[in-house]
Design a protein around this ligand. Structure first.
Ligand code: AHR
Length: 341
């Protein structure tokens, strides 16, 4: 089944129509008037030999997952001979990513992939791109579906199931500890879908276990240095803690450094649970420092560009494309290591 596209309406015509029925423009974008066209629904994407593809990546301070994700998108654009219009940004600031989205809209790229810093702040940018007749694909992190409506404001959302990742981490831990643990949780970025959903999935499973307690749960912003600082403080505040659940590998690296500096043995005194699947974390499993890593596969450049081209052909494109994630512990880490990033 093909998608039904809204007719492209030149802005002057749309404005005249609105004024004729006594309404003002409902645009929230002061730049919209200069852009010429307004799309009220999903914009079409022409079939062409090459595309100018905008990429609004969330900024992270050299996070290994983020670097692998960016590399996958760049490689895939290169392989297909497409121009990737990509400004990596300079700081962990959703407002800066909003400005980068605006620059892509003004550059009139053919299509935009965005990995939003958080669910709410970037959602209006997705709507603005759609109104500027640029089809948007959301990758990795979600946007608020009440603001940026799936199938209206963006074509498709490609990502892992973050809630399931949290559940997988909890299920492994319940089995490993036979339902007895005092846990410190290091959450991801506040308001980001992996931060929200990894906590939700984990907490809902742990809540069913009488012998398991979450002593503390604070954000480490997916950042190694913050994971390190939080571990030092929270382990001192909660001396009975015997598990640290970090929402990503970068924070888990900070956890291990901090524990070792505190004279504790990761894997013996405190069991470390993480999410991502980087090479360094996989090696830590083999070294006995990390108990388990739930995979969050960053390499979805190929499926992202395949989905974009399917849309250009007019194929039926699902609103949600799920990455399938695995789980690694001492049983299979050695086998996974060669393909880890
Ligand atoms: O959105 C995916 C998460 O973002 C990855 O788990 C993490 O490493 C990154 O910060």
């Amino acid at each position: 089944m093909k998608r039904v596209f809204e007719i492209l309406v030149p802005y002057s015509v749309a404005l005249a129509a609105l004024l004729a029925v006594g309404c003002g423009s409902n645009s929230e974008d002061p730049n919209e008037e200069q852009q010429g066209q307004v799309c009220e629904g999903l914009p079409p994407l022409a079939e062409k030999d090459t595309y100018r593809v905008g990429f609004a990546q969330v900024w992270e301070d050299d996070g290994p997952w983020r670097n692998a994700n960016t590399a996958s998108m760049i490689d895939e654009a290169d392989k297909r001979g497409f121009e990737l219009v990509f400004d990596p940004g300079t700081k962990s600031d959703p407002a800066e990513q909003v400005a980068r989205m605006q620059a892509l809209i003004q550059a009139k790229v053919d299509v935009i992939f965005i990995a939003p810093h958080d669910e709410t702040v970037l959602a209006p940018s997705v709507v603005r791109a759609r109104r500027a007749c640029i089809p948007v694909f959301i990758i990795d992190r979600a946007v608020d579906p009440n603001v940026a409506i799936p199938g209206v404001d963006y074509v498709s959302y490609l990502a892992s199931d973050f809630r399931k990742e949290g559940q997988m981490a909890a299920d492994w831990l319940i089995e490993k500890t036979q339902g007895k643990a005092n846990i410190i949780q290091l959450e991801g970025t506040v308001g980001s879908s992996p931060g929200v959903q990894r906590k939700r999935g984990f907490d809902e499973r742990i809540a069913k276990e009488d012998g398991m307690t979450i002593l503390a749960s604070e954000t480490g912003d997916f950042d190694e240095d913050k994971g390190y600082a939080l571990t030092k403080r929270l382990v001192a505040e909660h001396p009975t803690a015997d598990v640290i659940y970090a929402h990503n590998d970068a924070m888990a690296f900070g956890v291990i450094t901090a524990l070792e500096e505190m004279g504790k043995v990761p894997g013996e005194d405190i069991l470390v649970v993480s999410i991502d699947g980087t090479k360094k974390a996989t090696q830590y499993i083999l070294d006995g420092k990390i108990g388990v890593v739930v995979e969050c596969n960053p390499k979805f450049g190929p499926i992202a560009f395949d989905t974009m081209l399917a849309y250009a052909r007019g194929d039926d494109v699902p609103l949600r494309v799920d990455n399938v994630d695995r789980i690694f512990d001492i049983e299979n880490a050695a086998e996974y290591l060669p393909e880890a990033y």
